[in-house]
Design a binder for this molecule. Structure first.
Ligand code: BES
Ligand code: ZN
Ligand code: ZN
Length: 460
């Protein structure tokens, strides 16, 4: 059975009591009375993620108690319940807890996400404890979310040697096969014929051909187009990154990985919409035919772009994809990209910064992020900074000197290509630098669950 799904319910599932600190005393004096001496002797204080196994009379485990901590723990972290999973012996458990809707869903989803392992290169034991679907959650929805998130993590974690543009296309094709998308890919020189000049310019120096992946699903309902940055490796190009900055750049396709995971969630949870996914998949490499600082490129929509830094490549490939996205009518266009180091400096690895001119959308998204424990934070499309991306001899500058407000100027650059569309942009990090409950170190989706949660409302 997949560790990313719930176990079938069974009469002999072991009870897993989950308690907040403020619920502990009442539980020990009431329903948990039989376990009072053992819990007290064990020093159980319901600390976040703490576990005490309950002995049965036949030397088997009779169940366990898990601490959820207090409000402060909840404010300082997420998925505390999930931390218990790896500490439990093999078996099928059922959740016994008195939690509000949000906390219950957090516990159930966190449990599933804690079943994720990246085992492609080295065997990684998944946890052996399984949970039956708790009453009151939409089990199929949570499983769909966990599966989409696992796809995102796998794609990001896979190194560039096995996740070049070709393999990213293969991943998109297998998603398309499984979930019934149509898919169309424009590769190499065909990018020039079909007018994607900037995708070609960024990707042409790699021995692995650049391409644009275009997927569609659904034939009725509102139109949503997801655009994901698929830079399979970002050396910086001729403006070469120093070693320390290049080390993690296999994750520069994190936007693509996140939109693919989100697309899977959208289809699997049957959001009524016409979904389109666009992924410019390239490798920003160094070669004799690399694009250069000072070059002026003409984008798909005719705008000219002066290259001030070949390391600001994500906005270039996204620009052509956004131009394509807005050539047809849409109800929402979303871009997701590991676009700037400035975003990481501003908000760190936990928060997904986003930009939109739609205040209602921003408010709904922020609320949803809190509710589903996928925190997002709005940053401004600050119009007064538009002049920073206007260099003089071309329409746009891809890398304003000085780097002031680097995430904002990158977002403003992208907005120029989104025409009149209702537009939402995420500048994500795509990586969890240190292990946390339900979020191991490595690739991680950001913003996708929050967006999934609000889609019916904002498209409705
Ligand atoms: N892929 C990077 C952004 C990045 C770096 C994301 C580190 C997460 C962590 C992007 O292509 C890049 O290098 N951007 C430059 C832009 C600058 C040259 C204007 C940056 O942020 O330094
Ligand atoms: Zn770069
Ligand atoms: Zn990049």
């Amino acid at each position: 059975m997949s560790p990313l799904t719930f176990a079938a319910s069974t009469h002999d599932a072991l009870p897993l009591y989950a308690l907040r600190k403020d619920q502990l005393d009442a539980w020990i004096d009431g329903p948990g009375k039989a376990h009072a001496p053992w819990l007290t002797a064990s020093g159980f204080k319901a600390g976040a993620g703490s576990v005490v196994l309950l002995p049965g009379d036949d030397r088997a485990t009779a169940g366990a108690v898990v601490g959820l901590g207090d409000d402060k723990d909840r404010a300082r972290g997420r998925f505390h319940f999930a931390a218990a999973r790896a500490k439990l012996p093999e078996g099928t458990y059922r959740l016994e807890a008195s939690l509000d809707d949000e906390a219950l869903n957090e516990a159930a989803l966190g449990w599933l996400l804690a079943g994720y392992r990246f085992g492609r290169y080295k065997a990684a034991e998944p946890p052996k404890a399984m949970l039956t679907a708790p009453d009151g959650v939409d089990a199929a929805r949570l499983e769909a979310i966990a599966a989409g998130e696992a796809l995102t993590r796998d794609l990001i974690n896979t190194p560039a040697s096995d996740m070049g543009p070709d393999e990213l296309e293969a991943a998109a094709r297998s998603l398309a096969d499984e979930f019934g998308f149509s898919i169309d890919v424009t590769t190499g020189e065909a990018l020039l014929q079909d007018n994607f000049p900037m995708i070609h310019a960024v990707g042409r120096a790699s021995s692995r051909a650049p391409r644009l992946i275009d997927m569609r699903h659904g034939s009725s309902g509102p139109r949503i187009t997801l655009v994901g940055k698929g830079v399979c490796f970002d050396t910086g190009g001729l403006n070469l990154k120093p070693g320390a900055s290049m080390g993690l750049m296999k994750k520069d396709m994190g936007g693509a990985a996140t939109v693919l995971g989100l697309a899977q969630m959208i289809v699997a949870t049957r959001v009524d919409c016409r979904l389109r996914v666009l992924i410019p998949a390239v490798e920003n490499a160094v070669s004799g035919n690399s694009f250069r600082p000072g070059d002026i490129l003409t984008a798909r929509n005719g705008m000219t772009v002066e290259i001030n830094n070949t390391d600001a490549e994500g906005r270039l490939v996204l620009a052509d994809a956004l131009a394509l996205a807005t050539e047809e009518e849409t109800d929402l266009v979303v871009s997701m990209a590991t676009l700037t180091g400035a975003a990481r400096v501003a908000v760190g690895p936990d928060l997904a910064p986003f930009y939109t001119d739609d205040d209602a959308l921003a408010a709904s998204l922020s609320d949803a992020g809190g509710a589903v424990r996928d925190p997002v934070w709005r940053l401004p499309f600050w119009d007064p900074y538009e002049t920073m991306i206007e260099p003089g001899i071309a329409d746009l500058d891809n890398a304003p000197a000085g780097g002031m407000a680097g995430s904002i100027t990158a977002a403003l650059f992208l907005r120029r290509f989104a025409s009149e569309a209702r537009y939402l942009h995420f500048d994500i990090y795509g990586w969890n630098p240190k292990p946390a409950p339900a979020r191991p170190k490595g690739g991680v989706g950001m913003g996708a669950r929050a967006l999934l949660d609000v889609l019916p409302e904002i498209l409705g």
